[in-house]
Ligand binder design. Structure first.
Ligand SMILES: Nc1ncnc2c1ncn2[C@@H]1O[C@H](COP(=O)(O)OP(=O)(O)OP(=O)(O)O)[C@@H](O)[C@H]1O
Ligand SMILES: O=P(O)(O)O[C@H]1[C@H](O)[C@@H](O)[C@H](OP(=O)(O)O)[C@@H](OP(=O)(O)O)[C@H]1O
Length: 263
């Protein structure tokens, strides 16, 4: 038997600990026990594994202190190992530092700028950094809340002071309105396709002004696994994409997303 203690937000419990998973786990002798964060961890359990997705400093200390006393317990994603993922600046810097473009010609990261406060300084900061509009604005902190997934698209310089720091501003990268999401656990790799933000063209640039708030882009509901797509865009195989879907596909979904996202 394996006992997994979990410390997850209500949102995560709902999306992750679904009956199907719990049933499968039970069949394999794995049980999930909620952790009470108001009580010492040593008084709970005993656990074989701790699964958590909380980012507060108190929780991190709590977990680290416990692990020092109980090194036999596996802490999945120990706080110090994933700290750089709680911030969009450090997250992307790690990737940029890999310098993948010198190995794989087409792998690159968007140019970005961090704004900590003072929204009125954004136009000047953008001009000085030489970033080209439109810009995608994302909350700097990634803490598992719905708010941290909200994006904004800024088309014109005059609207930039309406953004809400701390945030990361990234140049918009046209990518055919489709995103490939790759999930990896050990040797297992799963690739899915999602509808994403459609390409921005000259017409959009001339006619769109202001800030477009986008609550959730490329979420699970935006699956494109079974959609007919232009093979030039979606040709890179996804594990869940059938050969039939990829052959003779037509490109029709981008404009639908424009409607859906911008109305
Ligand atoms: N610079 C960009 N240019 C164009 N589209 C972008 C850019 N950044 C993000 N997007 C689109 O917005 C979506 C959400 O961006 P985010 O940075 O939150 O990525 P994510 O890590 O894929 O999100 P999630 O938290 O759901 O895993 C992306 O999946 C992509 O569709
Ligand atoms: O459903 P996919 O496309 O895999 O996207 C996930 C994101 O990648 C995760 O970052 C979300 O978790 P957090 O909200 O804890 O960051 C996660 O949130 P959720 O567990 O609440 O659904 C998902 O939105």
């Amino acid at each position: 038997r394996l006992v997994v203690g979990y410390a997850l937000t209500k949102k995560k419990v709902k999306s992750f600990l679904q009956p199907k998973l719990l049933l499968l786990a039970r069949k394999k002798g794995i049980s999930f026990i909620p952790i009470d964060e108001t009580r010492p961890l040593s008084e709970q359990g005993p656990f074989d594994i701790i699964l958590h997705k909380k980012t507060s400093k108190e929780w991190q200390r709590f977990l680290e202190d416990y692990h020092e006393v109980h090194p036999e317990v596996t802490v999945l994603d120990p706080p110090n190992a994933i700290e750089h993922l709680n911030n969009r600046q450090s997250m992307l810097e790690e990737v940029a530092d890999l310098n993948l473009s010198s190995f794989y010609e087409e792998v690159c990261t968007p140019r970005q700028l961090v704004i900590m406060k003072d929204p009125s300084s954004i136009p000047t900061a953008v001009a000085m950094a030489g970033l080209t509009l439109p810009l995608v604005a994302k909350p700097l902190v990634v803490d598992g809340t719905s708010k941290s997934h909200e994006l904004s698209l800024a088309y014109d310089e005059a609207s930039l002071p309406m953004l809400d720091p701390p945030l990361v501003l990234q140049e918009f990268v046209n990518h055919g309105g489709i995103l490939f999401k790759v999930y990896i656990i050990g040797e297992a790799i799963q690739v899915v396709r999602r509808f994403s933000l459609p390409d921005v063209n000259t017409y959009d640039l001339l006619n769109n002004v202001g800030i477009y708030r986008l609550p959730r882009v490329s979420c699970a509901a935006a699956s494109a696994d079974h959609a007919d797509l232009d093979p030039r865009i979606a040709g890179a195989s996804s594990e869940t994409t059938s050969r039939e879907t990829r052959q003779g596909a037509s490109w029709s979904s981008g404009s639908k997303i424009v409607q859906h996202r911008y109305d």
